[in-house]
Design a protein around this ligand. Sequence first.
Ligand SMILES: [Zn+2]
Ligand SMILES: [Zn+2]
Length: 217
Amino acid sequence: MVQKISRELFALVSESEGSNCFLLKGSRIAALIDPGTASNREQLLGLLKSAGLRQEDIRLILHTHGHADHFGADFLFPRAEVVMHKSDALAVNSRDADVSCSSFFLGVQFPEIKKFLSGKQIIDLGGIKLRVIETPGHTRGSVCFFEEKQGWLFSGDTLFVAGSGRADLPGGDAEALAESLFRLQKLKIALLLPGHGGILRGAEKNRQNVDLALSEM
Ligand SMILES: [Zn+2]
Ligand SMILES: [Zn+2]
């Protein structure tokens, strides 16, 4: 289901087990966070349409981590530069089926990542500034993107509504995940936009949500 959250933020929230995708329409550049799998195609086109954009208007794809259910639709946006944390990107570039979990999906097309994300980096889309927060644990190269002014947290598979991501896949580390959640606990999150499942509005609810995830570690 496509949701217009603001003039600049559009969400494709999967109604099945699929991945969510977020579209950010900055004044300088339009970007997607985690396009998802190729089976998202029709819904992705709907997401673009609701923002008044075409596939070629997407110039940047930001990845929260290197799992195939998050990058499998990258090839639909040939003009976009694809960025990811180096710790996951090197595995994606070498088509590592274990680290990318690509064997869970049929016919995965791998992107080529030439530019890497690192902690504290600020990505300025024009009117939208995303801070990169390194949050290893679900994978080695997991990151979250935080728009401080709006309180938007794009949490990938690190934090969901009611729980955190798995730490038992290749590259996963439960201890590192707990440390990452502590890092997120310090943020003033007004809207949680995770890689799967629903989104969560409200500062108090988000505070409780991070506390809950930590208490389950
Ligand atoms: Zn994942
Ligand atoms: Zn995922």
